[in-house]
Ligand binder design. Structure first.
Ligand SMILES: NC(=O)c1ccc[n+]([C@@H]2O[C@H](COP(=O)([O-])OP(=O)(O)OC[C@H]3O[C@@H](n4cnc5c(N)ncnc54)[C@H](O)[C@@H]3O)[C@@H](O)[C@H]2O)c1
Ligand SMILES: O=c1ccn([C@@H]2O[C@H](COP(=O)(O)OP(=O)(O)O[C@H]3O[C@H](CO)[C@@H](O)[C@H](O)[C@H]3O)[C@@H](O)[C@H]2O)c(=O)[nH]1
Length: 430
């Protein structure tokens, strides 16, 4: 099939490259000329394991990119993978999505055949039918349900394993209203559904929109719950990780997403929980549990720093921050817990020496005047204290590096450091 994907970031590029690999002809549309040039030169514009290989193989051939929305006219289906950030009021901000939809509608005005537009961006229930569809119909002059169809297909991939997650998801969700949309989506996803064990969920458009938020809200709340239990464990000198391992054996709870620590960050959980909380309030429903999940998450970095304060007054002292990415396997620092940790340390007057294997340059944009060390060893050298914020594997192997600290106080926010002897070690929830 001939597909176009509007927006070529983490989701759009991954989806486009995978669809091209399944044999579809795919065109990415993006306003960023560098991104477009990279794809056409067969280079991945973002870092994701396995993506470079796919873009190298198909870029400039079955996978192309352009800044010109006219290319969508030559395709059968358009996926929208545009950002849906948080606005100042915590609500979803649809400005970018609406602008892209208007450009798409204008381009489709001179297409004769019927077209399907699929929202892949994460959007609150009602957005596809009440915002996207009317703009498309107005700009294209087409008639919904006749020569213009809309659908919602939420994406559940994670950064750091985007390609593997997209190819082998637990579920694929089609939110549709017309048989035309259902048939086309089945055709687009046939190779993926044939090659994976994914369950196909065919549902309504609003339900599909809500499934994405419910998924992320559940996972973020699960981590906040395990953090709250971990905080109680710490007060009672109980090892939260042993407790988590045991409760995870109950398959109603499940063993994954039970790692307590300094909390959740990234480009999705904070923004999606915020959008859902705001949407609930707009409907006059106070989402008490989700609000509490956010509150617990916001307090975890403070708890980490409070533990450091027990052992040391950071004022004027060198303190190492190990890990800047919001999770291991990515250079993404959006909403990383390292941000409030660094802010808190600077408020206390500490000289921060930060280290991350890949996310340093991204964090430098946020905090240009922090010292960025070239290795964990260099960050720890001469430090009076250290905090661990990201669970990179390489921190587990740190050993003699702690001997180079002026005062070996280590507060671990991720249960990653293995050494205990000869250092003052504090786990956040154990
Ligand atoms: N990142 C993830 O792990 C992930 C996972 C699942 C769902 N999502 C959702 O997918 C959507 C996209 O997220 P992302 O992380 O891929 O975003 P991103 O910021 O990585 O990429 C968005 C791309 O859209 C482009 N763009 C902006 N305005 C445009 C316009 N008018 N026309 C064409 N292109 C335009 C940008 O240049 C950028 O390349 C969001 O709704 C997000 O919540 C993200
Ligand atoms: O036991 C755990 C698991 C995760 N985290 C933290 O939770 C955050 C999110 O982690 P993860 O879910 O692995 O990363 P994302 O790439 O943000 O993926 C989430 O957000 C995406 C965007 O919506 C969804 O598509 C994915 O399904 C969803 O897992 C990170 O800060 C992790 O450190 C914990 O603290 N403890």
């Amino acid at each position: 099939m001939n597909l176009s994907i509007v927006g070529s970031g983490y989701v759009g590029t991954t989806v486009a490259a995978c669809f091209a690999d399944y044999g579809h002809e795919v065109t990415n549309v993006d306003i960023d000329e560098e991104v477009v040039a990279a794809i056409n030169a067969a280079e991945a514009p973002i870092h994701e394991p396995g993506l470079e290989e796919l873009v190298t193989e198909h870029g400039g051939d079955r996978l192309r990119a352009t800044t010109d929305y006219a290319a969508t006219r030559e395709t059968d289906v358009t996926f929208l993978a545009l950002p849906t950030p948080t606005g100042d009021d915590g609500r979803i901000d649809l400005e970018i999505l609406e602008a892209g939809v208007r450009s798409l509608g204008d381009a489709l005005a001179s297409k004769d055949d019927p077209h399907l537009v699929v929202v892949k961006s994460t959007v609150v229930p009602g957005t596809t039918e009440e915002t996207v569809a009317p703009i498309l119909a107005d700009a294209s002059g087409k008639t919904l349900g006749e020569d213009l169809h809309v659908a919602m297909n939420p994406e559940f991939l994670r950064e750091g394993s985007a390609v593997a997650d997209f190819r082998d998801p637990d579920k694929v969700v089609f939110g549709t209203r017309t048989e035309f949309a259902r048939e086309r989506l089945r055709e687009v996803f046939a190779p993926l559904l044939d090659q994976s064990d994914a369950e196909l969920v065919e549902t309504g458009i609003r339900e599909a929109e809500m499934m994405k938020y419910a998924n992320n809200a559940f996972l973020a709340s699960k981590v906040s719950l395990v953090n709250e239990l971990g905080n109680i464990c710490k007060e009672y000198d109980v090892d939260a990780y042993e407790v988590a391992e045991a409760i995870g054996l109950d398959d109603r709870i499940g063993e994954r997403f039970l790692r307590s620590g300094v909390g959740w960050g990234g480009s999705c959980f904070p923004k999606d929980v915020s959008a859902l909380v705001a949407a609930a309030r707009d409907a006059d429903y106070e989402p008490a549990l989700l609000e509490a999940a956010v509150e617990v998450n916001e307090k975890q970095p403070d708890r980490l720093l409070d533990l450091l304060d027990v052992h040391l007054d950071p004022d004027g002292k060198r303190v190492a921050v190990l890990g800047l990415a919001f999770k291991p396997g990515t250079d993404d620092v959006r909403n990383s817990r390292a941000i409030p940790v660094i802010e808190g340390l600077r408020e206390r007057g500490a000289d921060v020496a930060a280290y991350d294997p890949v996310a340093t340059e991204n964090m430098r944009e946020r905090f240009p005047d922090v010292e960025y060390a070239s290795s964990a060893e260099a960050a720890l050298d001469g430090a009076q204290g250290a905090v661990v914020v990201t669970d990179w594997d390489e921190f587990a192997a740190l050993d003699s590096a702690f001997d180079a600290m002026a005062n070996p106080v280590v507060v671990d926010g991720r249960r990653v450091v293995e050494r205990r002897d000869g250092i003052t070690y504090e786990g956040l929830t154990w």
